[in-house]
Design a protein around this ligand. Structure first.
Ligand SMILES: [Mg+2]
Length: 171
């Protein structure tokens, strides 16, 4: 029988890198946060400005103790993996280094390239995904997974939203 994993998103769940990326993107002059073209242009820009990813990832802060909780989960041998979107190969490298060298997180990391959905890289098959993107969660559930939206600002967890990864310690 296949063993189920719990998949955890990186940006906006483990580290506050999502927010930092949006800040840097606007600072670089790509201010329209709704334009796909501006995102593409900004990611292209980061290829010549690797310091963008250093700011976004290496200087990011953990959200609601997510790093500490993942370290505990791995010491308890819980089946968890990180499922994260990347936009450039350099971003991929910075993320691996950050997790392994600076955050002492050694669980599997699965990368989702541009133009591909999370549910295409990992077949949901009733497995749980925790992600701050409502869209990712909707699509994951539509393709047979279980999903919880991560929202760091809610007061209490609900059936569809969690504010921290702490509940995984109790399962
Ligand atoms: Mg995210």
């Amino acid at each position: 029988m296949l063993e189920n994993y719990t998949y955890i998103d990186f940006d906006g769940v483990i580290l506050d890198s999502q927010k930092r990326m949006l800040e840097r993107k606007a600072l670089a002059g790509f201010k329209d946060q709704k334009s796909k073209e501006q995102f593409d242009l900004y990611f292209e820009y980061t290829n010549n400005h690797p310091e963008e990813w250093e700011y976004i990832i290496n200087r990011a802060n953990q959200i609601n103790n997510s790093v500490d909780i993942i370290q505990k989960l791995q010491s308890l041998n819980k089946r968890i993996a990180i499922l994260t979107k990347i936009h450039t190969l350099y971003e991929m490298k910075v993320k691996v280094r950050e997790l392994r060298e600076n955050r002492n997180i050694y669980v599997p990391v699965i990368f989702v390239p541009p133009g591909i959905k999370k549910y295409e890289v990992v077949i949901p098959n009733n497995q749980l995904l925790i992600d701050d993107s409502k869209k990712n969660i909707q699509e994951w559930i539509q393709h047979g997974g279980q999903g919880l939206i991560f929202d760091e600002y809610i007061d209490v967890d609900t059936d569809s939203k969690v504010k921290s990864l702490e509940f995984l310690l109790k399962r």
